[in-house]
Design a protein around this ligand. Structure first.
Ligand SMILES: Cc1cc2nc3c(=O)[nH]c(=O)nc-3n(C[C@H](O)[C@H](O)[C@H](O)COP(=O)(O)OP(=O)(O)OC[C@H]3O[C@@H](n4cnc5c(N)ncnc54)[C@H](O)[C@@H]3O)c2cc1C
Length: 245
């Protein structure tokens, strides 16, 4: 973990509630897709955890949804704003897992961490299929970006306004995707349905309310098949068989 000051260079709405923010500074603490950062915000006691969407030398991209006070404050930040950020938090996805055709499944704000994961898996020569689930067409973001990375993209919307009508599990079933491992991030009911319906091994990124973000306060502890684990430090990514639903 590193504590750094990062400067906002871009903060744009992708949809009415989803924003993409680019920050520059020392992001060398970030080493893996699926890690997250914690951002200190004026007037708020707890930092807010946000997944790493993409990173390169000196540049971090995050994508966030405005749901409350902290993310609303973030959405109003102008270029040049300096933020106190903890970087390199969490374990991240296992990109070295031996597979040829990984399936990546994201729902809503679970989509961003899959972007860097796709980039890394494509770079390793994997045949990546990405299934993205949203409520409706106007909430869709990043699907072209995943395509530009070289992934096959399948969309699902709950109201059928774009792609397959229904959940990501419906889209996977209908499209007959062939995969030998899966990675996923999204709402808990989606992750549970996915783990129950896929007979291949995989890993899921869990979201919990967290206090410190680096394993000290134990506020985000969960029970797993390997005993109590902290989502912030031992996770947020867990193997399918570790999660007790
Ligand atoms: C490891 C991790 C990675 C995350 N990555 C992203 C991301 O990439 N993009 C993104 O948009 N969001 C992400 N989140 C969720 C994000 O942290 C919360 O939406 C944010 O902290 C809300 O802050 P707020 O002050 O705007 O809302 P608050 O005013 O604190 O809360 C507003 C509402 O959001 C709910 N809420 C707040 N935090 C969480 C949480 N952690 N889990 C479930 N519900 C919550 C509250 O129950 C409340 O109903 C992530 C969370 C975790 C734990």
């Amino acid at each position: 973990m590193q504590r750094v000051v990062l400067t906002v260079t871009k903060n744009e709405a992708l949809t009415p509630l989803i924003y993409e923010m680019t920050l520059v500074g020392d992001v060398s603490g970030i080493t893996r897709a699926g890690q997250f950062v914690e951002i200190a915000l004026d007037g708020l006691y707890l930092r807010r955890p946000i997944s790493v969407c993409n990173y390169d030398e000196g540049v971090l991209t995050i994508v966030y949804k405005v749901v409350g006070k902290g993310t609303d404050l973030m959405s109003q930040m102008a270029e040049g704003t300096q933020l106190d950020v903890l970087t390199g938090l969490g374990n991240g996805f296992d990109t070295e897992h031996d597979c040829k055709k990984p399936l990546l499944v994201g729902g809503g704000v679970g989509v961003p961490p899959l972007y860097r994961l796709t980039r890394d898996l494509v770079a390793r020569g994997k045949e990546v299929t990405v299934v993205l689930g949203f409520n409706t067409e106007s909430e869709i973001f990043y699907s072209e970006k995943f395509e530009a990375l070289g992934a096959k993209v399948i969309l699902a919307t709950a109201d059928g306004s774009q792609g397959v009508k229904g959940f990501v599990t419906d889209a996977i079933h209908e499209s007959g995707v062939e995969a030998d491992y899966f990675y996923s991030c999204g709402p808990l009911p989606m992750l549970k349905a996915l783990c129950n319906s896929l007979d291949i091994a995989g890993e899921v990124s869990l979201e919990e309310r967290m206090g410190c973000g680096f394993g000290i306060c134990m506020g985000c502890s969960i029970h797993t098949t390997n005993g109590a684990k902290r989502v912030c430090k031992d996770g947020p990514v867990f193997k399918k068989e570790e999660v007790i639903w």
